[in-house]
Design a protein around this ligand. Structure first.
Ligand SMILES: [Zn+2]
Length: 98
């Protein structure tokens, strides 16, 4: 009987340890992504920053990546309605495709 409880506890312990290591991996993954984001902030944009983009960067304190459309390789010219809480910003190319 006592042995049964022991194995039950041991199994529970193992499950918790698995959960912990899963969460730990997730945390490391997110930290890696955040670091990557941080590093990218100092990279040079692929196209020249326009005065409008510079203004938005200063106004919102955000890096150029936020305003760059990777799909169409140009600057967004329209900010999302809920920006900066949500940043589905659009470039002229985005609108042409929708
Ligand atoms: Zn676009």
């Amino acid at each position: 009987m006592a042995g049964e409880i022991y194995f039950k506890m041991a199994r529970e312990r193992r499950l918790h340890l698995q959960t912990i290591s899963g969460l730990q991996r997730r945390v490391e993954e997110l930290e890696a992504r955040l670091d990557c984001y941080h590093t990218n902030q100092s990279t040079i944009p692929p196209i020249q920053i326009t005065p409008q983009i510079r203004e938005w960067m200063d106004e919102f304190g955000l890096p150029w990546e936020v305003f760059y459309c990777y799909d169409h390789k140009q600057w967004a010219d329209e900010l999302d309605n809920s920006f900066p809480y949500y940043s589905d910003n659009q470039c002229p190319g985005c609108r042409g495709n929708t």
